[in-house]
Write a protein that binds this ligand. Structure first.
Ligand code: PBG
Ligand code: ZN
Length: 324
């Protein structure tokens, strides 16, 4: 192939040709919509750094989830903002916890919608860390017990998939064993397998009110500089029988998405996190970028990198754009 016999521009000549040679497609089935369930009634509080995303009380959350489902989005991911926080994050594994009540309401109103729950302690602990504190750091093995209890309690409330985001070692085994021992062998685990200690989570921590009160998460989340370690993290979760793998954040880690895709055959999700969303919104507000095109380019780029599924706050917007 050489110029001028070969001309790469030939197949770009018009939209039909471009459609025919298009290699990757974003589909509404690929989207998962993250939502924030807040304790109380009549709450619809916009997150200042995430225009269009709200903390919602249960009745409002159900309506927003209905809208997403009617747009064709198959699944939502739930985060909870409890009434009380304490050192052991009791609301996380209480029958009457915010997530448990939200899941029951969703399954009642929208039984077909797939409800994924984020399994972590940081939204429920008063110190804002993802587990139990011992000697100034998160203690791995005692945290596993709480996470397993949390996952079980989500499953009992009706969660379709549990998604641990804590980055403790051994958590997939701990959750799998707890679920299997309690007749939930068919509840899949979506593992936040490769999760970096990222500044891109900033807006989320406002949304979920989960900023650590001391220190940071670098003793459990991964160093952004590491690539081979991502393979090891994913391998562990595959061995412990995770059903989905996830890479998070997405945009600064597209090489990692590609690495994991090539090495493992589990369904792979990419989390287009809060800070990635906020940057698009801010630049669009300033009139510096074309919002809709940037959203679709970003999500299509994640598919091209190897993501099968994308967790994104843009889910409803993207679903609408796909209908056009
Ligand atoms: C909880 C959790 C976080 C996110 C998802 N689950 C925050 C964190 O680890 O600090 C981030 C999501 C986002 O930024 O959109 N462990
Ligand atoms: Zn956490």
């Amino acid at each position: 192939m050489y110029f001028p016999r070969y001309r790469a521009r030939r197949t770009r000549k018009n939209e039909n040709l471009r459609r025919m040679v298009r290699e990757n497609h974003l589909r509404v089935e690929d989207l998962i919509y993250p939502m924030f369930s807040a304790f109380g009634e009549n709450i619809k509080k916009e997150i200042p750094s995430m225009p269009g995303i709200y903390q919602l009380s249960i009745e409002n959350l159900v309506e927003d989830a209905r809208e997403a489902y009617e747009l064709g989005i198959p699944a939502v991911l739930l985060f909870g903002i409890p009434e009380h926080k304490d050192p052991l994050g009791k609301d996380a594994y209480s029958d009457e916890g915010i997530i448990q009540r939200t899941v029951r309401a969703l399954k009642e109103e929208l039984p077909e919608l797939t409800v994924i729950t984020d399994v972590c302690m940081c939204e429920y602990t008063d110190h804002g860390h993802c587990g139990v504190i011992k000697d100034g750091d998160v203690d791995n093995d005692s945290t596993l017990e709480l996470l397993a209890a949390e996952a079980l309690s989500h499953a009992q409330a009706g969660a379709d998939i549990v998604a641990p985001s804590d980055m403790m070692d051994g958590r997939i085994s701990a959750l799998r064993e707890m679920l299997d021992d309690n007749d939930f062998s068919y509840v899949p685990i979506m593992s936040y397998a490769v999760k970096y200690a990222s500044a891109y989570y900033g807006p989320f921590r406002d949304a979920a009110d989960s900023t650590p009160q001391f220190g940071d998460r670098r003793s459990y989340q991964m160093d952004p500089a590491n690539r081979r370690e991502a393979i090891r993290e994913a391998q562990l979760d595959v061995d412990e029988c995770a059903d989905f793998l996830m890479v998070k954040p997405a945009l600064a880690y597209m090489d990692i998405i590609r690495d994991i895709k090539e090495r493992f055959d589990l369904p792979l999700a990419a989390y287009n996190v809060s800070g990635e969303y906020s940057m698009v919104k801010a630049a669009a507000e300033k009139g510096w970028i074309d919002h809709d095109r940037v959203v679709m380019e970003t999500l299509t780029g994640l598919k091209r990198a190897g993501a099968d599924l994308i967790l994104t706050y843009h889910a409803k917007e993207a679903a609408r754009l796909l209908q056009e």
